[in-house]
Design a protein around this ligand. Structure first.
Ligand code: S3P
Length: 420
């Protein structure tokens, strides 16, 4: 598809709902007998993968327009589950599969089958799960086991590993604890508290007691900060940028990108801050044309902006000075190797980039050129390149952009709305 430069990014938009929260709400709802109600649901393929897996296991999920009803049932034996491209589906659901009374297995698409699963196999095995894998990768097979409480100290920060552990612990005898090195998104903890789970946070330790009775819940999902970040970046970079994005989730562990942009001298304002039923903070984000300056990002900053680093790389090409990102090696294990994908594509546009094993350095600012680009089959790379193409000196042709449907099927439509 060809993308043309534009000199205006203006307007008020809604962006797709947060898929991190959706996966958690559906998986947790599947453990609860009465019906949970989820409003403002996202429609990306990853979310549909979670729906399909849970339905196959017996959960009743009914999507009606913008809302969804989830009713837990006794899980039943089924053929291999398929998480598609969704790492979150595979890793979180593994927490549930670990204690089923029958053999179950889960696989994914070619990209997901290359991603590391040892990080969940280890804590689940410590809880008593019996799992086989293909050299630490999917397909994963789970054998019936009785889980017991344990204490797990995680070395690499990961919200998926934490959530997997907490879900498995719900079915383990006794009180388990999980210690994380750097705080990560706590959407599941908030939902667990809402549904009455016995969960305690003490410093960096989360304690959770198994076999507690859970109550159904009703929530409205905030707009996704990760999806919003593309339009925020676009407004900052545009000659005439002024965008308002409504009802965006601003969970403290998800706003690393906003903090980084502010440090870069970007104009960001958050208005009308409030909370949803689960205690997720929400606000309307305003971003305007800005003269950006370089910043440094290190390991401790990474978890709160992990999915926004590709679009931050685009911003860095337009920031005065050297923007250096280190401690972000995890990006190589995402839907594509995002360090390589972004460095190689932005280089084609003329950006001045040095690639490191755990990050990159971008020397700005550079006028980006129109080029033939590749998404590497990665939705966030595709959307980042589309935003980069809006400020290039000539059109860009981007291959394989269908992958956008993984998280944001209406992305191009929303971007077009801002250019009119
Ligand atoms: C997610 C956590 C992050 C993120 C992913 C979604 C989640 O992964 O990159 O897109 O919903 O828990 P890690 O926990 O592996 O960093």
């Amino acid at each position: 598809m060809i993308f043309y430069p534009t000199s205006k990014i203006q307007g008020e938009i809604d962006v797709t709902a947060d898929k991190s929260i959706y996966h958690r709400a559906v998986i947790l709802g599947s453990l609860i007998e009465s019906t949970s109600e989820i409003y403002n649901i996202p429609n990306g393929q990853d979310c549909l993968s979670t729906d399909e897996c849970m339905k196959k296991l017996g959960t009743k999920i009914i999507r009606e327009g913008n809302k969804c009803f989830v009713k837990g049932n006794n899980f039943y034996e089924c053929s291999t589950l398929n998480a598609g491209n969704s790492g979150t589906t595979m890793r979180l659901l593994s927490g549930i599969l670990s204690s089923l009374p029958f053999i179950s297995s889960i696989t994914g698409d070619e990209s997901l089958k290359k991603r590391p699963m040892e990080r969940i196999i280890q804590p689940l095995t410590q809880l008593g799960a019996k799992i086989t894998s293909s050299n630490g990768k999917a397909p994963l097979t789970f054998y019936p086991s009785k889980l017991h409480a344990t204490s797990y100290r995680q070395i690499k920060a990961s919200a998926q590993v934490k959530s997997c552990f907490l879900l498995a612990s719900l079915n383990a005898e006794g009180t388990s604890s999980y210690i994380e090195p750097i705080p990560t998104r706590d959407h599941l903890e908030k939902l667990l508290l809402l549904s009455g789970a016995k969960l305690n946070k003490i410093g960096d330790k989360i304690e959770i007691t198994g076999n507690a009775k859970l109550n159904s819940f009703k929530i409205t999902i905030p707009a996704d900060i990760s999806s919003a970040s593309f339009f925020i970046a676009s407004a900052l970079l545009s000659k005439n940028g002024n965008v308002t994005i409504k009802n965006v989730g601003i969970n403290e562990h998800r706003i690393g990108f906003l903090n980084a942009v502010k440090k870069m001298n970007g104009f960001i304002e958050i208005q009308d801050i409030r909370s949803n039923e689960a205690g997720e903070p929400i606000g309307n984000i305003i971003a305007k044309t800005s003269n950006l300056k370089a910043i440094e990002i290190e390991a401790k900053d990474v978890p709160s902006m992990i999915d926004e680093i590709p679009i931050l790389a685009v911003l860095a090409t337009q920031a005065e000075g050297k923007t250096k990102i280190t401690g972000a090696g995890e990006l190589r294990k995402k839907e594509s190797d995002r360090i390589f994908s972004m460095c190689s594509e932005l280089k084609k546009m003329g950006a001045n980039i040095k690639e490191f094993e755990d990050g990159f350095e971008i020397d700005g600012k550079t006028r980006l050129k129109g080029a033939e680009l590749e998404s590497h089959g990665d939705h966030r790379v595709a959307m980042s390149l589309i935003i980069a193409s809006t400020i290039a000196d000539s059109p860009c042709k981007i291959k394989e952009i269908d992958c956008i449907n993984i998280s944001y099927p209406n992305f191009i439509e929303t971007l077009e709305k801002l250019t009119k």
